[in-house]
Design a binder for this molecule. Structure first.
Ligand code: KG4
Ligand code: ZN
Length: 425
């Protein structure tokens, strides 16, 4: 089965082609992401309508690239008008930046051997989600293939379960399943990365930390989710971004802030004169539930920066270090408490903040302590990406018989499951 994955929930336009015969061995045949970080950096955050326009401009060229790269692009001998052109016009009426490119390109190519399209339906920025969904719907209509709606957060969970089997292979032929020679898929000049979907024991506990979300999700069995904890205000990534801004660091703030923290952490010569005074709160660390709150730390940093006579490089490094420590300690404490409370047999980390080296290391230590396996996405799969959406789509396709494309809509506040009110007790 070949799946086209599409992700447009925030500021990354991502498309990927993945192949899997059994739902477990997964080959990423092509994977392209265009990030809009630089565009939004000047405003210090993502502008939904600007992001939407970018997605609309990017999707057709990105599709063309991945089809070309995988040898799936076959030009028609004679280009003919789309039979469903009017319907496509209606579907893409709100995507003027895409419509023209779509109508110029799609009618010129043979239907590729793609079996289904997996697209993010939510959560995320609704205008952005709509662009991906409308694109998926239009392709589905022209090629007569189903669209599988995917929850973005479930995608992040799958990103952690994709464990790499090989380094990039440059072989022109890629064998999808060596058990069944007939499943060989020919890819001219293709580069494929093959993954194995890790099998996990249930219940499993997943901590999802990104710019928009901070959630502790209990996975009771395959596809059965319950939210046991979440942030009451800022998401972890958002807190990193806001504190970084207070320190005069560029957007998104996570990477530069964690680089400063890492330098302070490894800098044995650090004099710590001013820095010794720096102490930030660990909000809700002892609360009787699994919820989080990060806006207080940001406010503390704000007061601190106002109080300090100067934001020297040394102080910036020490604030970064203390901030990263405070956030990590809260994440660890809550995850540990929830893992013990629910008897988690696997731990999963997902989301952009998982790129953070300190957080990765500390969770690795905790997993050893708890004696449970920990699944962390490889670095390239921490940020929003399309392979994770396609992989989650394969799992959904295996469960549900068919999908209703007509009623598919963007769901900005889509949740993975009900929020449990259970506490530590
Ligand atoms: O998952 P993601 O790419 O997009 C959302 O769905 O939000 O996450 C982006 C967030 C940003 O807030 C960014 O600052 C943060 O992840 N981030 C980091 C690091 N790399 C990215 N936060 C802390 N440490 C990092 N190394
Ligand atoms: Zn995300």
């Amino acid at each position: 089965m070949i799946i086209l994955g599409i992700e447009t929930s925030c500021d990354e336009t991502a498309v990927a082609l993945i192949a899997s015969e059994n739902g477990t061995d997964i080959a990423v045949l092509a994977d392209k992401t265009l990030t809009q970080i630089e565009l939004h950096a000047q405003y210090g955050g993502v502008f939904p309508n600007m992001a939407k326009r970018e997605h609309a401009k990017n999707l057709v060229p990105l599709l063309k690239e991945i089809l070309k790269e995988t040898g799936f692009l076959k030009l028609k001998v004679k280009s003919e008008e789309l039979k469903v052109e009017e319907d496509v016009q209606t579907m893409l009426a709100r995507e003027p930046e895409m419509l023209d490119a779509f109508l110029k390109f799609i009618p010129t190519i043979e239907k590729p051997t793609i079996d289904a399209i997996a697209v993010t339906e939510g959560p995320g920025l609704e205008p952005c989600l709509w662009t991906g969904i409308n694109f998926a719907k239009a392709l589905s209509l022209v090629w007569n293939i189903p669209v599988i709606p995917v929850n973005h957060m479930e995608g992040h969970i799958f990103s952690a379960l994709l464990s790499r089997k090989n380094e990039i292979s440059n072989s022109p032929n890629y064998l999808i399943s060596n058990k069944n020679p007939k499943s060989e898929i020919q890819i001219s000049n293709g580069e494929a990365i093959s993954y194995q979907l890790s099998a996990i024991s249930y219940p499993s506990l997943s901590l999802l930390i990104s710019g928009g979300h901070t959630e502790l999700v209990l996975i009771k069995s395959e596809g059965e989710y319950e939210i046991v904890g979440q942030t009451r205000d800022d998401a972890v990534g958002e807190a990193f971004d806001k504190v970084a801004r207070l320190l005069g660091l560029p957007y998104p703030g996570g990477p530069p802030l964690s680089a400063l923290a890492e330098r302070a952490r490894t800098n044995a010569d650090s004099t710590q004169t001013d820095a010794e005074k720096i102490r930030l709160p660990r909000p809700m660390i002892h609360s009787n539930d699994f919820d989080f709150s990060f806006s207080g730390i940001k406010t503390s940093v704000l007061y601190l920066t106002k109080k300090l006579p100067a934001l020297t490089d040394n102080i910036k490094r020490e604030i970064s270090l203390e901030f990263e420590n405070a956030v990590t300690e809260v994440l660890l404490a809550k995850t540990k408490a929830a893992a013990e409370r629910y008897g988690a047999r696997t731990l999963i980390l997902g989301g952009g903040v998982v790129a953070n080296a300190h957080i990765r290391r500390e969770f690795e230590k905790m997993a050893v302590e708890l004696n449970v396996p920990l699944h962390i996405p490889e670095k390239t799969l921490t940020t929003d990406n399309a392979p994770m959406i396609a992989a989650a789509g394969i799992a959904r396709a295996g469960k549900a018989g068919s999908f209703e494309t007509e009623s598919l809509r963007a769901k900005g506040n889509l949740r993975l499951g009900a929020k449990l009110t259970n506490t530590l007790l």
